[in-house]
Design a protein around this ligand. Structure first.
Ligand SMILES: NC(=O)c1ccc[n+]([C@@H]2O[C@H](COP(=O)([O-])OP(=O)(O)OC[C@H]3O[C@@H](n4cnc5c(N)ncnc54)[C@H](OP(=O)(O)O)[C@@H]3O)[C@@H](O)[C@H]2O)c1
Length: 269
């Protein structure tokens, strides 16, 4: 990768694990100034220790809370003078059927994945416009194709894509780039941290994490798309195939998706 990221201020929500952490690992050697947030102080502390000699600003913040986002974005602007690139990455998944779940599960997922993106983007917008920078949303294949057991998650990612498309159009003459990224299955903590029908972490992944794209590879694709000011990025062969099949053969895709996620009538993934 070129020197594109050198001295750029990149604010990444949820940088203490998974894809967000991998983005930081890639960006630090490129000379970017990085700000990140997460709910767990210990994970952010570990990050600070790992990169103690680099320009890294960390804030304990839950993106589902407007005032936490305000603290994260304002303190980033105070620390580094502005924001060039905002990567709305923080997210949670879920694993529960609509028939079983407490309705608050859907609200919680929407509050983090969708409203977290809305709050941080709105708060950083003036600075990003001034710097003609980029707004990025880490969405999902579930933002193109609804997935069973993940109805709130899919809704949050569809909402994110539609919202970003609207503001891309609003910002067309501002030279701000708006990109959303749809990773396919990527090895990370997301399936362990996913919430169950009562809103608690499920605490295990039912999938073979080792066979997935690595978070590091995913991060490299994301950074290349930001540098090249792309509109959208859909990752993995399975991810691309799902989006394509759903567009042209939606009924057939319903059956294939059901077959993938269910066994003997039970949700197994
Ligand atoms: N991995 C995949 O297969 C995959 C596929 C498609 C899309 N994605 C998307 O990629 C993004 C990153 O996921 P990941 O796989 O890297 O997950 P991950 O390993 O679970 O990491 C999630 C990160 O977000 C933070 N986070 C979660 N909720 C937060 C909140 N309310 N406020 C602030 N930070 C929060 C977590 O830290 P704390 O827990 O400490 O807050 C953690 O740093 C998500 O938006 C996800 O939907 C992932």
């Amino acid at each position: 990768m070129s020197s594109f990221f050198k001295d750029k201020v990149v604010a990444i929500t949820g940088g203490s694990d998974g894809i967000g952490k991998a983005l930081i690992d890639e960006l630090i050697p490129l000379g970017a100034k990085i700000a990140t947030c997460g709910r767990n102080q210990d994970k952010l502390y570990n990050l600070q220790v790992q990169y103690s000699h680099h320009l890294l600003h960390t804030v304990v913040a839950d993106v589902s809370r407007y005032h936490d986002c305000e603290h994260f974005i304002n303190s980033t602007i105070e620390t580094f003078g502005g924001i060039d690139i905002l990567i709305n990455n923080a997210g949670v998944s879920m694993r529960a059927l609509l028939t079983d779940l407490d309705i608050d599960v859907i609200k919680k997922v929407m509050d983090i994945n969708f409203y977290g993106t809305v709050y941080c983007t709105k708060l950083a917008l003036e600075s990003i416009i001034k710097r003609q920078g980029s707004i990025v949303g880490i969405s999902s294949i579930a933002g193109y194709r609804g997935l069973p057991g993940r109805s709130g998650y899919s809704a949050s990612k569809f909402a994110m894509n539609g919202w970003l498309e609207s503001i891309r159009t609003e910002l067309l003459d501002s030279n701000v780039n708006v990109l959303w990224v749809c990773p396919g299955f990527t090895s990370s903590n997301i399936r362990n941290a996913a919430i169950n029908k009562q809103g608690e972490s499920v605490g295990e992944s039912l999938m073979n994490e080792g066979s997935m794209m690595s978070a590091a590879k995913c991060a490299r694709y994301i950074l290349s798309a930001i540098e090249n000011r792309k509109r959208t990025l859909v990752l993995t062969f399975t991810g691309k195939r799902t989006v394509f099949m759903n567009r042209f053969f939606p009924s057939w895709t319903d059956k294939m998706v059901k077959k993938f996620f269910f066994k003997d009538g039970k949700l197994v993934k």
